[in-house]
Write a protein that binds this ligand. Sequence first.
Ligand SMILES: [Zn+2]
Length: 198
Amino acid sequence: MEHEAGPTSRHAAGLFVPAATHRPGDGHALLAPVLVLNASYEPINVCAARRALVLVLKGVAMTEEENGHFLHSARVAMRLPSVIRLLEYRRIPHQSRALSRKNILLRDRNTCQYCGTVLPSSELTLDHVIPRSRGGSSTWENLVACCHPCNRRKGNQFPAETGMKLMREPRAFNLHTSRHIMRLMGRSDDKWRKYLFY
Ligand SMILES: [Zn+2]
């Protein structure tokens, strides 16, 4: 999603293009985080408003809360969701999530685990704590979000050899972690609270 952010994007069913006359800041409305609930109202994910809108337009999900922004096309104005709910219950494997760049960055909250800088996903890379060239594997426990300067500085060395220290021990991303992240993200959004804090 990170690379599809342009206002002229032809996603969201092709019809909908943000109007030119909206308030400042609305350009990012399609990237605003949306809480995704299972049919049972259990929070299961966070996605961008653009993706949420597609799910609603496809009839896969319905809007539970709106975020106050509109998306305009020639004929209609659509309210952007803040919380959506899947219409059909989906079984979610709670113990594990796919090991992916996106999920590692999500777990590490887009924060370089060596220097603590928070960066957009496009400016972060993944670092093997124990370098691959020295037997390190591609696992949840050995991959962390890392900025490019730190990644260059570390090279093929162990963190201790460079005097670099991890901010925290990398762990697998489980339901507990993801709910924790959803709560952190939801703290600023009143509409999420009733679904996350119970
Ligand atoms: Zn760094």
